[in-house]
Design a protein around this ligand. Structure first.
Ligand code: BJW
Length: 244
């Protein structure tokens, strides 16, 4: 039996499936990953752009980086990997998608049960007490030369999770519970090194789940995975879907 057939059989037998995705699933949509060749952290320093201290030091520089990334993501369309996961949700009895991606492409592909653990690049959030969230995707008046402000007057910031910041605790609790009770965990297109998400596959294994990794390259998870499907997620996931 091939690894793809084994993975498909595990999915079919599972009462509950959880998938974790990372930047690799959007690579085939033209969205740059963070690490590896062409990765954002090869060209930019995370310390200058993706920490609360960086935003305090130079909010305009941080906003300019996110505005640029929005232009890249605005042109991106969901690829066959995103579409296959949306189809898994429709076809499997219980399926939850946990994503580290902030690009919103899973929702655009039709996935409904999605937890965006690192936030969403199209949303901004007030830096002051009011904590208001603002959807900036459909804001035609958005001026990308001036620091955006909340209606309370305080600065807005991108509603994403930077290094050193905690993830939304309700989202992380839901993700943790799901991982502890699933029969199969798919881990797709992530370098599996950024915590706390990187701890979830080991947690799933401890609770008896089969862990299936889909990646073009080896990661620290590979040697612990039960099944490794080597290849681009835009090819591997549709092949898996065809076997269901
Ligand atoms: C394909 C493919 C194809 C390519 N098909 N595959 C030591 C020092 C400092 C900090 C720490 C430390 N040790 C631990 C920490 C904590 C830190 C951390 O984990 N750091 C590690 C790097 C060491 N974590 C945090 O700070 C987190 N918060 C935290 O721990 O809070 C504690 C706390 C609690 C309570 C109160 C306060 C604090 C937060 C982490 C936030 C990460 N944020 C980012 C930016 C998000 C916003 C944005 O987009 O701008 O999230 S960083 C970046 O990494 C982004 C990603 O979601 C995340 C993971 O990256 P991902 O998705 O895995 O992408 P890549 O590029 O790494 O990998 C792509 C993969 O795809 C590769 O494997 C390819 O092979 C593969 N691939 N093409 C299939 N076609």
């Amino acid at each position: 039996m091939s690894d793809l057939d084994r993975a498909a059989a595990a999915l079919e037998a599972a009462d509950k499936v959880v998938a974790i995705t990372g930047a690799g699933i959007s690579a085939e949509s033209g969205v740059p990953t963070f690490r590896g060749s062409g990765g954002l952290w090869r060209r930019y320093r995370a310390e200058d752009l993706a920490t609360p201290e960086a935003f305090e030091r130079n909010p305009l520089l941080v906003w300019e980086w996110y505005w640029w990334r929005r232009t890249v993501i605005a042109d991106a369309k969901p690829n066959p990997g995103h579409l296959a996961l949306a189809s898994f949700e429709r076809r499997l009895p219980a399926f939850l998608l946990l994503t580290q991606n902030v690009d919103g492409l899973h929702a655009e592909a039709g996935s409904r049960q999605v937890i965006e653990l690192h936030g969403n690049i199209w949303r901004a959030r007030c830096t002051a007490e009011c904590d208001r969230r603002v959807d900036q995707r459909h804001d035609p008046s958005a001026d990308v030369t001036k620091l955006p402000r909340c209606s309370c007057g305080a600065l807005l910031r991108p509603d994403v999770v930077w290094f050193g910041e905690g993830l939304d605790s309700r989202a992380l609790d839901r993700a943790t519970l799901a991982v502890q009770s699933c029969a199969v965990l798919l881990v797709i297109g992530t370098s599996a090194i950024v915590y706390p998400v990187a701890a979830l596959p080991a947690m799933a294994k401890r609770h008896g789940a089969a862990v299936v990794e889909v990646n073009v390259a080896e990661t620290p998870l590979t040697s612990h995975a039960d099944i490794v499907l080597r290849g681009p997620s835009g090819v591997v996931l549709p092949e898996l879907e065809r076997r269901l």
